[in-house]
Structure formats: structure tokens, C-alpha cells
Design a protein. Sequence first.
Lengths: 302, 431
Amino acid sequence: MTKIDTIRRREQNTAWIMLLPALLLLLLVFAYPIARAFWLSLFTQNLGTKLQPEFSGLNNYVRMAGDGRFWQSFLTTSIFTTTSVVLELLLGMGIAIVLNQRFLGRSLVRTSAILPWALPTALIGLAWAWIFNDQFGVANDLLLRLGLIKTGINWLGEPNLARIAVIFADVWKTTPFISILLLAGLQSISPDLYEAHSIDGATSWQSFRQITLPLLMPQILIASLFRFAQAFGVFDLIAVMTNGGPGGATEVVSLYIYSTVMRYLDFGYGAALVVVTFLLLVVMVAIASFLLSKSRTTKGMA
Amino acid sequence: MKLKSIRLIKKYFWQLGIALAILASITIYAIAPALTQQPVVLNLLMTAPDAQPWQQGIVKDFETKYPGIRINVIEGPNATNLLEDLYTSAFILGDSPYDLVNMDVIWTPKFAAAGWLKDLSNEFSAEELAVFSPNDIEGSRYEGKLYRVPIRSDAGVLYYRQDLLTTAGYQPPETFDELLQISQALQRKNKDTWGYLWQGRQYEGLVAMFVEVLEGYGGFWVNPTTKDVGLDQPETIQAIEFLRNTVKTGVSPPGVTTYQEEETRRIFQSGKAIFLRSWPYVWPLANEESSPIKGKIGIKPMVSAPGKSAGTCLGGWGLGIAKSSPHQKEAMTAIRYFTSNEAQRNFILKAGYVPSRRELFNDAEIVAKYSYYPQLLNIVGSSVLRPAIAQYAQASDILQRYLSAALTNSLTPEQAMKAAAKETRLLLGKK
């Protein structure tokens, strides 16, 4: 017994030694910046202190609690993220199912469907800003020609319309990403299952709910987690399209942090903003995955 | 013996070659320029529309006068806030590629507080500075030290339709109430005409416009010395109520809360408004040949409440020197030249900028070309500064946000200004 124990311990030690370089690398590139942000957030380092760090404890966090702009931008980011991820999942699923069917020119359509995602976001943002321009934009031109509106709509100049416009552009840009991920998942589902199910007399809606959805769950989860984290940190698209305007209606957290650090040179407060956003994001992801795993286990039990 | 020496040469051939190459490059790169007198190059970043007149006018004159110094004018973005960001990131990264810094009046405290600018206090005597408008010089100081020399003034101007006022028998207004009354009276006579146009969109121009109304009611925003915040004072609420009233009474169009300078100028220039608050750049455009209001407008300082002093917001540009620049002496020479009477005079005659030297407003040749400059001197003289605090950009964003909320009725003026004052106090470390 003891001999096996020593062998096991030795193996464990070897494993740790082998893992050490990777762990060190992870510490360096992940833990260090996060810890550094925490540390910096305890200091006041801004133009008021001539850019010298002065220890101020939790002062930055107290300031943040009363900072209407931060909470506004956090709300904007949450709405943007939730709406666009849900829309992208629904649309992406639809496109994936269509692309999974056999039809003439399928590979051509598949390739062109990924195009929006492959283009640089800043360019897409610029293109959509032109499309939504109130004077010479395509969106207004189409609506005018169809007779749906009488005068041009100021898409990017009205708070709610601007929010809709940026979500629209984001959905257009990243739906292909989700549909490609889901398509890969669909292709791994064996056609035999559908065949057997239909012999049992199931409708196609039933096989979608009972075969496709459960078997596609891992891909859906991964896609939504990816997209959630990505959409929460959205910067380039909104920076180019509205730069947070009009009147801060589309200002997301990353834009606010950028302003705080780069324009106001308020480094300590900027770090505190990063820390709080990071923690809130971790909490949100934790709640989401907890709920998901709970729903899965209850389903498994039933 | 012979064989040995050949072998030696062979052995050291490469080393010898390298040594010779190094020696040669030292001669080329270090000694040769000193002998041929390479000119010193000063880098200067400015907005693209400004770069053209600078290169063709004032920079050309300077380079003929000082052949040892070249000015490399770098064209930046058109928007001044992007230019500020470009300067900022260059300075944050350490050695700035720019030697001369072309600064808007509101950047000066930020750049100075960050320690990016050379202190010019000892370079200029009080007499030398006395030729400039005192407000321009005040706006160039931060905590008592001078960081830039004004080269171009700018101040808020109240434009009015001289023709309409005269035919109706009105004098230009002096108070806020008169402005509203005259507007309403003239609007009744002239259908499809707005009374008063101002910039109400959420951006820096909103704040510039607001400090004028605030000054007219005797209020204040931030006291730069004591860091007191006056946004929740009754004067501030009165100022906001005045602006809200212009829309409520139909004197200003409802869309005024989304306008910037150009939107208001287009309406005014098409003859569809009686009063306009804007900057001096409107005058030459409104007096173009094709303009319907050519020769029909007058200018005056902003109005005020009875018994209070009127204030027009001071803008304008000035030149400073980057602390990290290796060519401090040459940069100083350039600034002295650019702000001199002779250089500015030629430049203004060519490019039509508003001068920073007071004597030029009444210069015969300049007045012959720009007849409104003597009045402009009067306006620049009554200007108010936006607070010269290091965190100006942040304080301005807070005010813009809450002021816009109050003007678009999403918050009451009291609620909005209470929140704005609280956030500003937190920002400035005032409990």
C-alpha cells in the first residue's frame, strides 16, 4: 500500500512540475493584470494628484456608487448584450438549419454567410453609420421609396432609435458566427436518430425539440457564453457608429472606461471601473451557468 | 613571416572592415550634419482645415526669416476633440513627437497638470503679455503659471437681425427678458421665423453656451481656486429655466436641444431667425454674396439679467512647448514669431482668424477688410472662462449630461443640477 502511495505521490509531483511552466504563464498573463487593476483601484491617480498615485482606500468605489453615468452605461451594456445575443441565437439557429439542408449551391451560400463576421468591425460600423445616416442613408431611402415614412428618420440622433441601430448592426455582424458553430453541431447529429423518430410518428417540430435542441445544447451554451462575453466588452462597433451618443444613450461600459482613462486620465478610478465590471460579469456568468446546469439536471431526473 | 602576416590580415579582415564601417557611419551621421548645418525640425500637430493656411501663410514667412528652423505641420483630424485625444495619447506614451503644442483654451489645465508642458512664466515679461486680451492670458495659466501664448481668440457672440429690429423700432436687447420680448414681438410680424437660436445638443458647445447664461444670472459653475461648485445654486436653476422658456414660449425651435453650431447657423443664414448665439466664424459666412441676410446683421455681447454683468464664453487657441521636446530654444523662437504683431497681422489678413493681440482689432488695414473686429474686441473683453481645473473634461461631461437631461425634460432642473453638483464635488474631492 505504502509503495503505491509513494509512486502516486511521485507521479503527482512530476505532474506539478510539468504543469508549472503553463501555470506560471497563466499567472503572468491573467492573474497579474487582474491583481494589478485591483491594486491600482485603491489609489487616486488622476490630474487632481498630478498623475501621482495617492492611496485612498475604497474611495473610488464610494465614488462609483454615486456615479450615475457608470450605472447608466452598465444598464445600456446589459440591454445591448442580452438583446443582441438572444436575437443572434434565434436567427443563427434558423440559418444553421437552412444551411444544413441539401440544396444547389450550398457551399457557396455557406461561404458567403460567414462574410459579415470575417470583415473588420470598424469598417462594418462605418458602413452601418452611413446606412443609418438621416440625410443620405440607405435605410431612410428604402423606407421613403416604400412609402412607409414621409420624412427621413434621424436614426443615430434619437436615443432609442440609436440603441436599436447598434443592436441591428451587431446582430448582422455576429449571427454568422453563431450559425457556423451551430451548423458544426448539427452535422454531428446522426440522421439515423431523425429517421427512427419519424418512424415512431414524430412531427418535424417534435424532432427539433426532442433531438436537435438537447443534442445541440453544448454548442448553444458555448456560442452564447462566447457572444455574451464579447458583446459585453463591445467597443469598436459603437465607437465608430455613435461614439456613445446621442447624449450617452449608447455609451457602453468599455467606452466609459476608455474615456475615464484616456480622456480624463483618471487611472485609479478607471481601474476601479474595470474591477467592478469584471466582478459583475463573473457574477452574471456564474448565475447563468448555475441556472443552466440546474435546468439540465432536473430535466435529466425527469 | 610573409605568410604569417597575410594570415593575420585575413584573420582580422572582418574586424577591420567593421571598425572602418562604424567610423564612416559616425562621420556621416554625427559630424557631417554639424558641418552642413541641418535645420532643426519642429513638429506641430493641428486640425486639417487649419494646417493649410498655416503652411501657406505664417509658417512660410517664419522659415524665410529663420532658415535654421523648419516647421513640420502635421495634419490631424478635423474634430478638435479627436486632436486632443491624439495629443494625449502621444504624451501618455512618453516622448512626444510634437515640439509645439497647439492648444484649445480648455485643454491647457489638463496638459499643464499632467506635466507635459514647459512653464513659460519666466520667458515673457508682464509688458509682453499685456498686449494680449487679459482673459486670453488668464486662460493660458494654470495654478498661476503660464503654459501657452494665445495666437487666436474666439468668443461667444450674439448675432441679431439689424434690419428687423430697426424697422420695428427696437434697440438690441440687454437683458434676457428683452431678448424674449423682442423675439416674440418680431415673430408675430414675421411668420415662419424663430426668435432665438442656441446650441443645445449634448457636447462641449452646450457648456460654452451655458456658462454665458449662467454668468448673466450671476451664477458660477466651479471656482477654480476654492473648487467650490455652484451648480445647485438658485442662479443655475434660473439660467436653465430661461433656456427651457425659450422653447416653451416658441421663441426657439423644439429641435434646438439637438443643434450644434452649424445647424443654428444654417437656419439663421436662411433668414429664418432673429437672434443667434454663436462664434465669430458666422460673420463672414452670413455676409457672403449669396447670403440672404448679407449686410443685415449686427453683433453684441451676450445679454444678462438686470444689474448683472454679461459674459461671453472665451474660446481660442494658443501655442505651448512640449516638455520633452529637445528643441526648447527653437520652439521658443517660433512661438515668439507666431505671436508677434507682424506675423499675426499678415496671417489675419490672409486667413481671417480673430487676433489674440488687442492692437490688431483696431488696425486700419485689418478693419478695412474685417469691419466688425473693433466690436469683437469689445466682446472678447467681456468674456468669461470655463473653469481652469485639471479635471475640466470630466466636469464638463457631467454638466453636459445633466444639463441635456434638464433641457429635454427627462429630469427637473433642480434634480438634474443637484445630481450634477454632487458628482462634480466627488470628482474634485469636495465633500
